[in-house]
Write a protein of this length. Structure first.
Length: 223
């Protein structure tokens, strides 16, 4: 709900949620002090305005006053975060309101509903071929994982060295071709995949790049 005084203004398409939250917390702290002054110290006040302010602070989630308008928002039904307190949910909204409005987010990156409502385990590598937003492409790569991308987009094997394989994906997924170093663990057969810099010519070169110039022959134990 927007409250305004006969003025024209433009709301930016992406609202800074952290800033709104801070404004809301600031207003809540002011209400606490007002409550102390009125309820404890019995200071004189306008009863109608005080009752209105109490209702706003009790039943509204965000109250964000600006110079010429104010955003008042109902409390969300659900707020979901990752372990770093960033908006995050997998296959469900990160923010969900009673009126049905929802916001999908993956580690604080806002997702369109077509991605957000589907769990990352069910994301498809082919989506990368038609996604032109660089940030969303990065999120898709992170959620899908290079192992699945290699399999589903038919990565080309360039070179091998013991348990290591240098792969290349020529599909138009990123701004440049994707070079991957795949390592198969000798004991568990688990596959680890890491993106390396472009134009690698051999697996050993990629291994040296990953290990800050140390040649794999110098490894005491391969990990």
């Amino acid at each position: 709900m927007y409250l305004k005084k006969k003025l024209k203004f433009k709301i930016q398409p992406k609202i800074n949620l952290d800033r709104l939250w801070l404004k809301s917390q600031y207003l809540a702290s002011r209400c606490c002090w007002l409550d102390f002054y009125i309820s404890v110290l019995n200071c004189s006040h306008n009863k109608i305005r005080w009752k209105t302010l109490q209702s706003l602070s009790r039943f509204c989630g965000w109250i964000s006053p600006f110079e010429k308008f104010c955003i008042v928002c109902d409390r969300p039904l659900h707020l979901r975060f990752d372990n770093q307190n960033r908006l995050h949910a997998e296959g469900e909204p990160a923010i969900e309101f009673t009126d049905g409005y929802s916001l999908y987010s993956y580690h604080d990156v806002t997702l369109p509903e077509k991605y957000g409502k589907i769990h990352p385990q069910q994301w498809q590598s082919q989506w990368l071929l038609s996604e032109h937003n660089a940030e969303l492409s990065r999120v898709l790569i992170q959620g899908i994982g290079y192992a699945r991308i290699c399999q589903e987009l038919q990565a080309i094997e360039l070179d091998t060295w013991q348990e290591y394989t240098l792969l290349k994906i020529d599909a138009d997924v990123d701004e440049e071709a994707i070079y991957l170093l795949k390592m198969t663990c000798p004991s568990t057969s688990f596959i680890h995949t890491l993106r390396v810099t472009f134009n690698m010519n051999s697996a050993r070169e990629a291994i040296r790049w990953v290990n800050w110039g140390v040649d794999p022959e110098e490894f005491a134990v391969q990990t």
